[in-house]
Every structure is written in structure tokens, then in C-alpha cells.
Ligand binder design. Structure first.
Ligand code: BG6
Length: 463
């Protein structure tokens, strides 16, 4: 039976806005997450004085990254995924010259990773568009952002070309539909035509991605640049044909994004959506050609849970649990996320069959309420979750899936993107901080820390 490849990338993943803090330090500008208390809340127009915003301090990774990375390396990570905060490099997003202090921070960060034997895996935009690009241009609905993004990428590719070989453009790009402000710096409900706004933003991001794929290959020939989607799975709620067809249609709402970015063209099924929603994309000469010529090298995706589709539910946007009926066969986390390792094997097969290009699981994990006792956390529930998911991932590889790596989400406790909480913990490392921002920020190893270390040491054999 086929096993995980010898050079399998094992590690963990975080995002700048959920970990770094230091939200205005060394010239950084305000980004879309800095005015939000979590994706469940409506973002403010600007930072309101006196209000608590979790990203402003987060876990202070900006200052603690050396010690934190040592802890990661203690588990044997050979890669580490994080994002570059765009507003550290271009505080407003539209400047012509970058901010040297921001560039220097990531220089040091990536060097530290490399010294510890970790390949940096870098998300270029993880819910971190500079706020000014919304205020001044209306976000990704505006084509001008393509050039700003390309300029930003030119700068980071030139600077980090010797350090970073794994890149991905937009985190969970399919979330343009469900969390548009975070994913695309747009507020569709404030426009005359929300659907037009979302699909136009997506189009502009597709063009930007392909331009940047081209640039990356020219500037760093040995690099791999992928796209990244939220692809937790969806089942029909029953075998009623309407449920089955509906589940398929719902899944397409997400796969549409990878279809364009992985295959290089708009799939035929979108014509009908565009007609129904009266969407008329502004497609400029050259757009479709660049999308065709420079698709993504690999598909990075997050997988947390599955959901079910029942006839009559609206078919819009997300496929992974934000919408949908509960599955009676599955248990769930305290946040109601249904735990489904079999679904993981299913999704890995589904995606590989569809694209026949390498897959990279860049997020998977369990958010839970952890209790610190005697300076540790007995998180057997997390170990169980992981054991079952890694087993399922190995089954998928034995099924023939070409998988290059696995980065567990939130190997150290960070701010929850969805709720802004610290209480929703994913880490192997506990961080002493609560939902209101109180705590010493001290780090403690949980039981899962040594467990994951053994998994990596044995290349997934010892579960
Ligand atoms: C993914 C995001 O959707 O899920 C991460 O890329 C996020 O940023 C993760 O943190 C888990 O979600 P949450 O809401 O539990 O933090």
C-alpha cells in the first residue's frame, strides 16, 4: 500500500492577523481584520477607541516568534505556514515604495524558520487586505487592486526568493461569498447588486492570481504557487434526488473557484448562474488568456468538518458547515463543527480526481475548550481527532491521491478567525490569554505536543 512520501511536509499553520499582534508597529497600516472582532461580527468602519479588537495584540507572535518557532521545531516540523501581512509591507496598499521595517520582520522570521529546518509556506493574503484599499477603491471589486497586489508580490518575491519556495495567493478564496469583507475587502450588501460585486471581485482576484503565478515562476523558477480554498465537505441529507442534486450544486459554489484557478477557465455551469443573477462581468482583453496560461501549481485547502444539504435550502456560497443540516451520524466540537474523518478521505479523493494536480492540506484541526491543569492540558479529544484524520489522509494517499503535506491549523493557540475568541483553542501549545485579552501570554505544552512529535518522527506511521 502506498505510504506518505519521504519528503512529506509536516507542520502547522497560522495567519499573521491571528497571531502577530503589534498591529501598528514598525509602520504597519490597518487591515480589514484590524477593525473586526471576528468574522461573525460586522466589521467597523475604522478602529473605535476603547473597543477590544483581538488582532491588535493577538498572541504577540511579532515579538515571541523565536521562542514559538523553537517550540514548533521541538515537534519536528519541517515546514511552517504563515501569512505576510500586506499592510506591513504596503501600509495603505497603494504606495509605490514598500515599508522596509515590515520587509525586515519577515526576513528575520523566514531565516529563523530555515535555521530550525522549517520550509516557510507563505500565504500572500489571509484576510489582511489594507483597509485603505476598501475605503479608497471599494476593495477587490475594483480592478485597480490587481496592480497593487502584483506590485506587492513583486516586492516580496524579490526579497524572499531565496527563502520561500511554497506560496499561495488568497486564503480560502471561495469565502468571497460568505465573508466578503475578510476575503475580498468588499461589502456587497452596501452595493446595488451584491452578486455582481462578489463575482467581479472573484474575477479580479483570479486575474491577479494568474499574473502573480506568472511572476513567481519567472522570479523564482523552483517555487510552487498554489491557490487555497475552504473545502470542508457536503453530503446530500437523504437519497432524495433533490437532496443529491442540491448537494452537488452547493459544492459547485466552492469548486467554481478551484475550477477556474486549477484548470484555467470558467466552467460552463456558471453561465446559467450569471444569467439568473443578471451578472455581467467586466472581463478585459487578456484576462481569460492569463487565467488559462498560468493556473495554480497545487491546490491548498482547509478541511474541518462536513455538512448536509436538504432540499429547499438556499444554494449560495459555502459548502463546509456554515450552512446545512446536522448529520446524525457524526459527533461535534463544542462549537458545533461536526467531526468527520471519513469525509476527509472522501474530499481528498474528490479533489484529486477532479484536478489531477498535487494537493496540500494546509488547515485541519479541532477548536476546543482547554483547561490548563498542572501547567499542561490533557487534550485526548484533540489527539483522537488528529489520529482519525491523519489515518484518513493516509488512506487517501493509498487510494492514489498525490498529497505533498499537512499543516495542522493553529499549532499554538491563536485568535479564532470566526469568533475572535481565544477560548476556541486548536494548539499543541497553550497560550495564557482569555477572550477579554487578559493573561500572561505564557506558553505551555499540551499532551498533544509529544503525540504529534511522534507522528512526525514516524512519518505518520505511529498514530
Ligand atoms: C479557516 C481560516 O477558515 O478556519 C482560519 O483560514 C481560521 O483563519 C480557521 O482560523 C478556523 O476557524 P476559527 O473560526 O475556528 O478560527
Amino acid at each position: 500500500m502506498k505510504k506518505l512520501r519521504k519528503d512529506f511536509l509536516w507542520g502547522g499553520a497560522i495567519a499573521a492577523n491571528q497571531a502577530e499582534g503589534a498591529y501598528l508597529e514598525d509602520g504597519k497600516g490597518v487591515n480589514v481584520t484590524d477593525v473586526s472582532r471576528g468574522l461573525m461580527y460586522e466589521a467597523d468602519d475604522h478602529v473605535i477607541e476603547g473597543r477590544y479588537y483581538p488582532s491588535h495584540e493577538a498572541i504577540d507572535f511579532y515579538h515571541t516568534y523565536k521562542d514559538d518557532l523553537k517550540l514548533m521545531s521541538g515537534m519536528g516540523f519541517n515546514c511552517f505556514r504563515t501569512s505576510i501581512s500586506w499592510a506591513r509591507i504596503f501600509p495603505n496598499g497603494d504606495e509605490s515604495e514598500p515599508n522596509e521595517a515590515g520587509l525586515k520582520f519577515y526576513d528575520d522570521l523566514f531565516n529563523e524558520m530555515l535555521e530550525l529546518g522549517m520550509e516557510p509556506v507563505v500565504t500572500i493574503s489571509h484576510y489582511e487586505t489594507p483597509l485603505h484599499l476598501y475605503d479608497e477603491y471599494g476593495g477587490w471589486e475594483n480592478r485597480k487592486l490587481i496592480d497593487f497586489f502584483v506590485r506587492y508580490c513583486e516586492v516580496i518575491f524579490a526579497r524572499y526568493k531565496d527563502q520561500v519556495k511554497y506560496w499561495m495567493t488568497f486564503n480560502e478564496i471561495n469565502n468571497v461569498h460568505t465573508i466578503p469583507f475578510a476575503a475580498a475587502a468588499i461589502k456587497p450588501d452596501k452595493t446595488d447588486h451584491p452578486m455582481q460585486c462578489k463575482f467581479q471581485a472573484a474575477h479580479n482576484m483570479f486575474v491577479a492570481s494568474s499574473k502573480v503565478n506568472k511572476l513567481c515562476h519567472e522570479m523564482i523558477p523552483e517555487a510552487h504557487i498554489g491557490c487555497m480554498l475552504s473545502l470542508s465537505g457536503v453530503y446530500p441529507n437523504t437519497c432524495k434526488p433533490e437532496d443529491v442534486l442540491g448537494a452537488y450544486q452547493l459544492r459547485r459554489r466552492s469548486l467554481f473557484f478551484s475550477d477556474v484557478m486549477m484548470r484555467g477557465y470558467y466552467p460552463s455551469y456558471v453561465e446559467r448562474w450569471f444569467e439568473e443573477y443578471d451578472v455581467h462581468l467586466d472581463i478585459q482583453p487578456g484576462d481569460l488568456e492569463i487565467i488559462k496560461e498560468y493556473p495554480s501549481d497545487y491546490l491548498g485547502f482547509s478541511y474541518y468538518r462536513t455538512t448536509t444539504y436538504k432540499d429547499g435550502m438556499p444554494i449560495l456560497g459555502h459548502t463546509g458547515g456554515i450552512v446545512g443540516e446536522k448529520n446524525p451520524y457524526l459527533k461535534e466540537t463544542p462549537w458545533g463543527w461536526q467531526i468527520d474523518p471519513v469525509g476527509f478521505r472522501y474530499v481528498l479523493n474528490e479533489l484529486y480526481d477532479r484536478y489531477q494536480k498535487p494537493l496540500f492540506v494546509v488547515e485541519n484541526g479541532m477548536g476546543n475548550v482547554d483547561v490548563l491543569e498542572n501547567e499542561t492540558v490533557n487534550d485526548d479529544y484533540r489527539i483522537d481527532y488528529l489520529r482519525e484524520h491523519i489515518q484518513a489522509m493516509k488512506e487517501a494517499v493509498a487510494d492514489g491521491v498525490n498529497l505533498i503535506g499537512y499543516t495542522y491549523w493553529g499549532p499554538i493557540d491563536i485568535v479564532s478567525a470566526g469568533t475572535g475568541e481565544m477560548k476556541k483553542r486548536y494548539g499543541f501549545i497553550y497560550v495564557d490569554k482569555d477572550n477579554d485579552g487578559h493573561g500572561t501570554l505564557k506558553r505551555y505544552k499540551k499532551k498533544s505536543y509529544d503525540w504529534y512529535k511522534k507522528v512526525i518522527e514516524s512519518n505518520g506511521e505511529e498514530l
